[in-house]
Design a binder for this molecule. Sequence first.
Ligand code: G3H
Ligand code: ZN
Length: 282
Amino acid sequence: MSLVTTQQMLHDARKRGYALAAFNVENMEMVQAVVEGAEELKSPVILQTSANTSKYAHFSYYFAMVQAAAERASVPVALHLDHGDSFDLAMQALRAGYTSIMIDGSKKEFDDNIAISAKVVEACAPSGIPVEAELGKVGGKEGDEETSEDGYTDPQEAKEFVEKTNVSSLAVAIGTLHGVYKGIPKLDVERLYEISRTIDVPLVLHGGSGLSEAAIQDCIKNGISKVNYATELRTAFSQGVKKVLAETPDVIDPKKYTIVGREYVKQMAIDKMKVCGSVGKA
Ligand code: G3H
Ligand code: ZN
């Protein structure tokens, strides 16, 4: 089927108490792996590319690959811009055909975050494209900082933010980090529950890699409808490729090692969709 937006997907997940797994994909093999995994599980799925990834290849490349995979699948597939860091970049993704956009103004002051998020919502509305924004600071690689409770999302601010911007979903900071966790993170699930009671839009958890199954499921019970995974997918792809290169160092056909990277990513994506409870929800 054709690509769908995340609007209906997220509302269904919120209503039925599961989460969509959203996977950052870097190449064709990762796209194929995620969509094949979703197809096997009859699960809706979100593929995404970050601002950083769009510097490696233009959005139109990822759009073409994800569209090709979606058209061969029977499950709903959405393509999302992850951590869009400027209005211009969000518009580039929109023009390239992305069916969901994130504008990340979380490093800005509250009012400036509202202003840029509202501007992107307004620009995406005529095409019916939903917008995710972020309030609070998710630490780690994207943010170059550790998490601290000072940066956690405040429920009342979240309410004001959603009312003033009209965003379709909101990424919250409750103690997760991008990249690899040093210890076991302590997530502020009570705060999460409070935010979900206070605002009316689906909530997004960033920094999904490395969180335990129990932690993810606790977050879903307390209001999360989308979980982002990047690091663990990259690791899986690289481990598959490295295994072949270590065992057969003379190999020269890239297909001989990317095929194993693809298989590793598919297994990882399947595991994550099971944790999120999206199996059979397509
Ligand atoms: O936006 C992407 C993510 O939040 C993924 O974080 O690399 O820790 O899985 P991760
Ligand atoms: Zn993120």
